[in-house]
Design a protein around this ligand. Structure first.
Ligand code: SF4
Ligand code: SF4
Ligand code: SF4
Length: 254
């Protein structure tokens, strides 16, 4: 069949690669540490706003950020060149909550100890807005160490466990989006979603074998339930289905 969006996946992967290459600039705006540093000084920093934005955009776009723009997601997809094994999400997905819940607790504790936010500094712990930089107070070597630790951790998980394993197991950002889409589902707000026509499906399982989040997309199509916490709305299944059985739609469906 002729795909409606023949180059969409190349564009998506291109954006992810560019975002990963820009990670030395952007790292501190996604940082689980800088938000604590800011809270302990009563400073609302860039990560606070980015995490808030991820939650808000997830009300409309689910986890499209993960599928289309996240630097660590880009690294995860680059690593697929070396290890494209699907991962067992059920074994990994819960681990991130063990990280996220205490981390939120630490941020709140730091914030309460500081007496709340008193000022805004979106470029906190950067030099001129650039994360991988040093100044008189913070030698650049520390920024490099953190950068390579983060990249090394995500890369090691992908290379050892498989496709986007870090996204499943350790990501501190995805819970904001998962909670956002749960709220959206409860409220039945319209948003970007997958929609499937099971009667068109030939059970070829192309969608399942190519899903970057290792979801059993074929089973989701057969059940007619396309909502899944770990779906990143990358549209790989949409663009790869030879029967056109899966669509991306903006609506209030399941
Ligand atoms: S799960 Fe986390 S690391 Fe992976 S793409 Fe989403 S935000 Fe990025
Ligand atoms: S790729 Fe399309 S036809 Fe094949 S299993 Fe998935 S939904 Fe069904
Ligand atoms: S189910 Fe489809 S849109 Fe969702 S992550 Fe898998 S391939 Fe991407």
């Amino acid at each position: 069949m002729t795909h409606i969006h023949p180059h969409r996946q190349e564009i998506r992967r291109g954006i992810l690669i560019v975002m990963f290459l820009l990670f030395p600039v952007s790292m501190n705006y996604f940082s689980p540490y800088v938000i604590i540093d800011g809270a302990s000084q009563g400073v609302a920093n860039g990560s606070l706003f980015v995490f808030g934005l991820l939650f808000l955009t997830s009300l409309l776009l689910g986890r499209a950020w993960c599928g289309w723009a996240c630097p660590a997601g880009g690294l995860g997809e680059i690593a697929c060149v070396a290890n494209n094994q699907p991962v067992n999400g059920r074994k990994l997905d819960w681990i991130k909550w063990l990280i996220w819940v205490p981390w939120i607790g630490i941020i709140l504790w730091a914030l309460i100890s500081a007496g709340g936010y008193r000022q805004v500094n979106l470029t906190l712990d950067t030099v001129g807005g650039i994360s991988l930089a040093g100044d008189a107070d913070r030698p650049v070597i520390f920024a490099y160490i953190i950068y390579y630790l983060v990249v090394g951790l995500f890369l090691t998980l992908s290379l050892t466990l498989g496709r986007r394993a870090g996204c499943h197991a350790i990501c501190w950002m995805s819970p904001f989006m998962i909670l956002g889409r749960k709220l959206r589902n409860i409220k039945v707000w319209p948003s970007l979603r997958l929609q499937a026509a099971s009667e068109l499906c030939s059970n070829c399982k192309t969608c399942t074998s190519h899903c970057p989040m290792s979801l059993d997309v074929n089973a989701m199509v057969q059940k007619g339930v396309m909502e899944n916490d770990e779906c990143i709305l990358c549209a790989t299944c949409v663009d790869g289905c030879p029967k056109g059985a899966i669509k991306l739609r903006f609506n209030a469906g399941r």
